[in-house]
Write a protein that binds this ligand. Structure first.
Ligand SMILES: [Cu+2]
Length: 183
């Protein structure tokens, strides 16, 4: 996945370098015998047309692969309710009452089943980032007051997963962490 993103980036960088080089080189070629602005305007038209076609192709290929559509046609096997606040996360198997917020002390999730995290915040914007045991970020969403963001994920490996805040939310932001187990 990371290699294909790097490859895509290199191809895009190559294409844009070629385009800019072409525009730069051709901008010096207009000689006095050519009439007025017809030639440069036509070049600009083709440049913009090709640019929009390329952008359109990349958008139509990449947008459907956005993580927001992951498992959208499956029913989640388990729902975990998450409330973020300065400076901790509450995780619960049941809906969390904002007036009397409480979480479950230990969350255990099954491996290879669809889990839906319903993430909100009780005060300011926070991030909800799930890290595996090698501290690699594997899924994330924002925790926003007044909204519930649904994050769907299947954990393919058992183990202990760490949750960290991804949004600088105050003086003790770096101490905001929680965890759960996948078995
Ligand atoms: Cu934070």
């Amino acid at each position: 996945m990371q290699h294909s993103i790097l490859l895509l980036f290199l191809i895009l960088a190559g294409i844009s370098t070629l385009v800019f080089t072409y525009v730069y080189v051709s901008s010096k070629k207009v000689n006095d015998t050519e009439q007025g602005m017809v030639n440069p305007l036509r070049k600009r038209f083709w440049f913009l047309l090709i640019l929009f076609v390329i952008l359109g192709i990349f958008a139509s290929v990449t947008i459907p692969k956005s993580p927001y559509y992951l498992y959208e046609n499956e029913n989640p096997f388990r729902v975990v309710h998450v409330a973020a606040m300065q400076f901790s996360f509450l995780l619960s198997n049941n809906a969390i009452d904002p007036k009397n917020p409480a979480g479950d002390p230990a969350i255990e999730l099954p491996v290879n089943k669809l889990i839906e995290f319903r993430v909100t915040s009780l005060d300011v914007n926070h991030g909800f980032g799930i890290y595996d045991k090698s501290n690699k970020l594997i899924a994330q969403t924002q925790a926003m007051p007044g909204y519930v963001n649904r994050l769907r994920w299947k954990f393919t490996e058992p183990g202990n997963y760490t949750i960290l805040c991804l949004e600088f939310c105050g003086m003790a932001h770096q101490s905001m962490r929680s965890s759960f187990t996948v078995k």
